[in-house]
Ligand binder design. Structure first.
Ligand code: AMP
Length: 482
C-alpha cells in the first residue's frame, strides 16, 4: 500500500513524500478513502498511530477546490488542548505548504483581536479548542453555517475534560449535512451516545490499541513511602543513578503535583521544565520547545497536557505517580523505546498504588519487576514547610467531571458544567499564589556542578542538594523563562 493508492491529490502525495513518509499507517490506509468518499468516519485510534494525517491529508485534497468566505470557515477541527491544536496546525503547514490555504488556530490564552482578523479574512481550516470557538461564535464574529467538514479529535479526552456539552452545542451550530470525522481512543458510554447522535451512518475504522508495551522498554517498579516528599527523594535518586539517561518525562497525576515537583527539582539543581494546564500558553510553548531542543532534559508533565504531543524519543519515563487508569500507563511508557530503541520506564509505587498496578499488569499481560532502590535510608531531610503545605492543599478548582488520572487537570478549561467559573477558555492564569510550574524560581537555582549559593534560612528547611552522581548533561544552568 502506498499513499498514491488512496485517492489523494498529486500535490498531497508529493507533500507526504517530501515529509519522508512512504507507507500509510493502518488508520491512514483505512480512513483516507472513506473521508475522500465524503463518508462520516468513526476512528478508534490513539495518538501515535498517524491519525492526524488520516484527516489532514484528505482534507487538503478536498480543499484544493473552492474558496473561503469571511467569517465562514469551510472546515472545523476541534481539539481538547491548545498544544494538540497547534500540532494539527503544524501538520497543515507541513503537508499543505504548496497550497494557499488559510488555516486559523482559535485557542484560549491568546488575544481575540488577531483571531478576529484571521476569521474576517476567510478561513479554509479552523482548528479550535471548544471554549474559545464558542466565545467567538457568541460574539457574532464567527458563523459555522458554512462548515462542510467537522473533525472531533480526541473525543474521550474531551469527555474527561468536561467539553462534551460544548461539543454538543457546536454540533448544533454546524450544518446537519456536514461530513463528520470523529476520533477517540476509547468508547465509553457517553462517547457512544454522541457518535449515535452526531454521526450519520459512519464507517468504523479501528486500529489496535497498544495494550502491550514495547519489548524494548525496560519497566520496573520502585517502592516508596506514600508521602510526596518520600517520592521526590526516590525520584531524585533514580534520576541521579539512572543509566544512559538522555532525557526523561516525569509524569504526575495532578497539575499541582507537576508544579510542586518541578519547583522541587529545580531547587535541587535539576534542569527541568513543567507542562500542565494551568500554565500560561507562552510558558507551555517555551517549556515544550526547550525540551524538544534538548536544552532541558527533564519534562515534568500531567497526562492531559502531555497527551498526544509529538515529543521526540525519550530515554526514560518516570511515573512519579502511578496512573489510576491502566491505559494511561501504556500511553506514558510508549513515549520511550520507540522504533526498536531501548527505553526505560520506572514507576514509583506507594502502598496506595497496589490496585492500580494490578490493573496495569493485567492490561499489559506481564508482571512488572520490582527493583530495589539503594536509596540511603533517611539520607535527606524532609521538605520545607511551604512545600508540604502546598502538596497537602486541596486543588483550587473542582466539580469537573474528570477521570482520576487527569483529576484536577484541564489543559483548556471547559465552559460547562461549571458556570461559576470565570468564563470561557481565556488565558489560563498561573495560580495567584505563584505556585505554578510556569513561574521561574525567584532566583535561578544554583547550577549543578558549581558550588551551591549560600543557603538561605528557607533552604535550611529543605534537602541539601547532593549533585555528585549527576550525569554531565544535567549540569547545565537553568535558564529563566523566556
Ligand atoms: P499522530 O498519531 O497523528 O500524532 O502521529 C504520530 C507520529 O507519526 C507523528 O510524528 C507523525 O509525523 C508520524 N507519522 C504520520 N504518518 C506517518 C507515516 N505514514 N509513516 C510514518 N510516520 C508517520
Amino acid at each position: 500500500m502506498s499513499f498514491s493508492n488512496l485517492g489523494l491529490s498529486d500535490k498531497v502525495v508529493a507533500a507526504v513524500a517530501n515529509a519522508g513518509y512512504t507507507i500509510p499507517t493502518p488508520i491512514q490506509a483505512q480512513a483516507i478513502p472513506h473521508v475522500l468518499a465524503r463518508r462520516d468516519v468513526l476512528g478508534i485510534a490513539q495518538t501515535g498511530t498517524g491519525k492526524t494525517a488520516a484527516f489532514v491529508l484528505p482534507m487538503l485534497t478536498m480543499l484544493e477546490k473552492g474558496r473561503a468566505r469571511a467569517r465562514m470557515p469551510r472546515t472545523l477541527i476541534l481539539e481538547p488542548t491548545r498544544e494538540l491544536a497547534a500540532q494539527v496546525k503544524e501538520n497543515f503547514d507541513k503537508y499543505g505548504a504548496g497550497q494557499k490555504l488559510n488555516v486559523a488556530l482559535i485557542i484560549g490564552g491568546v488575544s481575540f483581536d488577531d483571531q478576529d482578523t484571521k476569521l474576517m479574512r476567510g478561513v479554509d481550516v479552523l482548528i479550535a479548542t471548544p471554549g474559545r470557538l464558542l466565545d467567538h461564535s457568541e460574539r457574532g464574529k464567527l458563523l459555522l453555517t458554512g462548515v462542510e467538514l467537522l473533525v472531533i479529535d480526541e473525543a474521550d479526552r474531551m469527555l474527561d475534560m468536561g467539553f462534551i456539552p460544548d461539543i454538543e452545542r457546536i454540533c448544533k451550530l454546524v450544518p446537519f449535512t456536514r461530513q463528520t470525522l470523529f476520533f477517540t481512543a476509547t468508547m465509553p458510554t457517553e462517547i457512544r451516545r454522541i457518535t449515535e447522535t452526531f454521526l450519520h451512518n459512519p464507517v468504523r475504522v479501528e486500529v489496535s490499541k497498544p495494550a502491550s508495551t514495547a519489548v524494548t522498554v525496560t519497566q520496573s517498579l520502585v517502592t516508596s513511602g506514600r508521602e510526596p516528599h518520600d517520592k521526590r527523594e526516590v525520584l531524585r535518586h533514580l534520576i541521579r543513578t539512572a543509566k544512559d539517561l538522555q532525557n526523561a518525562i516525569i509524569f504526575c497525576n495532578r497539575k499541582r503535583e507537576v508544579a510542586l515537583l518541578h519547583r522541587s527539582l529545580q531547587k535541587h539543581g535539576f534542569s527541568a521544565v513543567a507542562l500542565h494546564g494551568d500554565m500560561e500558553q507562552s510558558a507551555r510553548t517555551a517549556a515544550l520547545d526547550q525540551f524538544r531542543k534538548g536544552e532541558m532534559p527533564l519534562l515534568v508533565a500531567s497526562d492531559v497536557a502531555a497527551r498526544g504531543l509529538d515529543i521526540p524519543e525519550v530515554s526514560h519515563v518516570f511515573n512519579f505517580d502511578v496512573p489510576h487508569h491502566a491505559d494511561d500507563y501504556v500511553h506514558r511508557i510508549g513515549r520511550t523505546g520507540r522504533a526498536g530503541r531501548a527505553g526505560t520506564a520506572i514507576s514509583i509505587v506507594t502502598p496506595a498504588d497496589e490496585k492500580s498496578i494490578t490493573a496495569i499488569e493485567k492490561l499489559i499481560g506481564q508482571t512488572i519487576p520490582r527493583a530495589a532502590t539503594d536509596l540511603p535510608a533517611a539520607s535527606e531531610p524532609r521538605q520545607s514547610t511551604s512545600e508540604r503545605a502546598d502538596s497537602e492543599r486541596p486543588g483550587r478548582r473542582g466539580g469537573r467531571r474528570a477521570r482520576s488520572p487527569s483529576h484536577g487537570e484541564h489543559a483548556e478549561p471547559a465552559r460547562h458544567p461549571a458556570p461559576a467559573k470565570p468564563r470561557g477558555d481565556g488565558p489560563a492564569k498561573p495560580r495567584g499564589d505563584g505556585k505554578t510550574g510556569s513561574r521561574p524560581a525567584a532566583s535561578p537555582p544554583p547550577s549543578i556542578g558549581r558550588p551551591a549559593a549560600p543557603a538561605t534560612a528557607r533552604d535550611h528547611q529543605s534537602e541539601p542538594a547532593d549533585h555528585s552522581h549527576l550525569p554531565a548533561f544535567l549540569l547545565r544552568p537553568i535558564r529563566a523563562r523566556v
